[in-house]
Write a protein that binds this ligand. Sequence first.
Ligand code: WTA
Length: 655
Amino acid sequence: MTNENFIKLSRIYEQSEKMRISLQGKKLDKMKSQALENPEQFWAEQAKSLSWFKHWDKVLDSSHPPFYKWFVGGVLNASVNCLDRHIDSDFKNKVAIIWEGENKESRSFTYSQLYGSVNKLANALKNLGVTKGDRVTIYLPMVPELPIAMLACARIGAVHTVVFSGFSGQALSDRVNDSNSKVVITADGGFRRGKLIELKKVVDDAIPFSPSVEHVVVLKRASNNIKMSPKCVWWHDIIEDALPYCAPENVESTHPLYILYTSGTTGKPKGVVHSTGGYLTYLYATAKWVFDFTTKDIFFCTADIGWVTGHSYIVYAPLMHGATQIMYEGAPDYPRPDRYWDIVEKHGATILYTTPTALRMYLKFGDSIPNSFELSSLRLLGTVGEPINPEVWMWYFKTIGKENCPIVDTWWQTETGGVMISSCSGIEMVPMKPGSGTFSLPGIDAVVVDENGKPTAADKKGYLAIRKPWPGMLMTLWKDDEKYQDTYWRKFVNNVYFTGDYALCDTDGYLWLLGRSDDVLKIAGHRLGTAELESAFVSHPAIAEAAVTSRPDEKKGESIIAFLVLRTEFVSESGQQLRNELVSHIKETVGSIATPGEIYFVGKLPKTRSGKIMRRLLKSISSGSSTIGDVSTLEDARSIEEVRQVYDDLHRAVG
Ligand code: WTA
């Protein structure tokens, strides 16, 4: 952003009482220095906002880094913090969740109703033999029963693992097997863009390969025809006789609340494990700081609960705060490209938290659509999941927020549990720079470093790292402590957390997030690993080798580009028909979100002598760069001549 624009914006903000802009950021600075001086005292103060059955003995156990333990000795229950604490107050009849169906049908649940449903399902799961520590896979569409199922697991101390309902059978069974889930909770079907998604069928295909599964609980949602095998029970049947109250399980602060699988740089998704006490403390605090939640807020987070944003900011944070949450079932452009605005108007949303991908789509349709809706209930706008281009930011600010709503650009990850970098409307707003997340939150020691872990000079691109543990951090990767250490804590010395993102810090100290530095892609804000996609391609009989990269995409941020080497017997079939077949294959094995933007058949892939794919080279080709770039710095590279040959071959393929 140009200085001129920045100054203009600062003026707008200075004039706006409503935004409570402080150019000095004094309050924020004070909080940040308190947190850095005495982190344990600072986080203990935040943890006091939760309901604990037993107070912790130690705030932070760092005796075995990076296996940090927060609020050791403390005992609590997540569902009590989301529900019971409101049931005993005036909030009993307050709406907790407003659910909006794709077909415009609405359902709402008061805190008391939600509490009743969670208790019954918790007892029903107990009756099926689920006990503390057991894993339960939840594969449901965006219906209220999804948060109910999560909270029911939390109530009995079972560890939920939600699988995005857009994922295919293969992705589902990998996750069920890795977590050794005892129960799978699903639905007969769901809807997406008016089309039936046959979820139960996907589960049926996965279950024969998942020996740990004893029961499949099926919610009647779409009333499509399904087959009920002996392992299957209907949701409505098992809750019928379940008792209305289920005593909450006392769980230790370090008890895993959930596992959420996410893509990394290897073919296998990583099971990120979150704790109960640390995670909830972090969510409670970050929601207050970033969104300034009040009990009057009607919060519309447009994420799908299959991803971390939905876990943290649809389910746990808003409910702990006693806010009202809007949960939308479907696509932003269904039936027309106005759906979010329609929902904001219909339910009077005060905060909208969405993605740059959705905003880019809406922007394309111009101002007249949002201008035809009453959006004046909004007081704050948020964005998450990928960098936001300054032009899109300005559009969001002017057309949606009418220059009255600050924007919180929140950077964080599945692993961090909650927001790490953002402006903090609940502490004090500092002037915003479109495209920058501004500063790290109090207690978060974020720094941009070079390859050797040394802080970079202002305006110099480097890696974003976190120097101190924080309560929302992942505890480990499920059944893989070694990989946890390798992936996050060994890139730099001294147990510094490696985020995998590029960033820079400008001369004002503002942080700019510049995308992933590793082999993780962000397709429409969804996280996908190149290695996962490559193994999905290679599982097709025609493919010998695959290399996946991305190219910038106006709509989706990035789009998937695949370079494929065919098996000899298929070389003659390298036409459109095979391309279509491969697209269907990827949709079936991974899911529609992984639909490739472009497939190129090539004779050879560029590799280093040790067999590693030269990704930088692929990226520059797929992004349309006309020069080969600096390959001499590629470690262990083949001779420049060899690389050039493969490069020319690829270039011809791309055309
Ligand atoms: C990216 C999503 C720029 C980043 C909550 C990170 C962002 C990855 C932002 C994590 C943002 C998230 N600006 N990039 N505001 N928010 N990212 O695990 O690359 O699905 O590492 O968590 O998304 O994706 P994940």
